[in-house]
Design a protein around this ligand. Structure first.
Ligand code: ZN
Length: 178
């Protein structure tokens, strides 16, 4: 057996294990229906985002529409599941690990960081990302069910503390199981 064949077989085996273990039962799902806030007017921003538990982390995917074409928008999970006061009642970024604001998945950044939304020529941002810093596990300190998903008006600079200078909160949803 050639060395090359052995390596190929090992890779295929690993891929099949990931396929079997990558997602858990249908009970491990949550949804966020993003609604426009009154922070800007008019405000056509809305979207739907799903959360699917993985063996390690959560797959977050969905679509947000109503942006100006080609624009970039800060996108985070915020601490409190309250979209009142134009999204400001959701508090700061979800940060159970006591980190500092930075790019998605950067060491030491907030658990609630997500990649920024980037609108296409039709003003729609579509995404699918695996987030390893969060869970949907009841009682876990990184559980995001019951917290808020927030879209900002402006681009996130990933530097300014504590929220990247990304401006008003233009859409918000409480993350709900199911
Ligand atoms: Zn935010």
């Amino acid at each position: 057996m050639s060395r090359r064949f052995i390596v190929t077989a090992a890779v295929l085996c690993a891929a099949s294990v990931l396929a079997a273990c990558g997602t858990m039962g249908t009970g491990s799902r949550a949804t966020a229906n993003l609604a426009p806030t009154g922070a800007i007017s008019p405000n056509p921003t809305m979207g739907k985002v799903t959360f699917q538990a993985l063996e390690h982390g959560v797959r977050v995917e969905g679509e947000v529409r109503g942006f100006a074409p080609g624009t970039e928008h800060g996108f985070h999970i915020h601490e409190k599941g309250d979209c009142g006061d134009n999204g400001n009642a959701s508090g700061g970024h979800f940060n159970p690990g006591g980190g500092t604001h930075g790019k998605f998945a950067a060491p030491g950044s907030h658990a609630g960081e997500l990649p920024s939304l980037v609108a296409d020529s039709g003003g729609v941002a579509r995404f699918s990302v695996d987030v390893h810093s969060i869970s949907l596990i009841e009682g876990a300190n990184n559980n995001v069910v019951g917290r808020a998903l927030v879209v900002h008006r402006d681009r996130d600079d990933f530097t300014t503390q504590p929220a990247g200078n990304s401006g008003p909160r233009i859409a918000c949803a409480v993350i709900t199981r199911g």
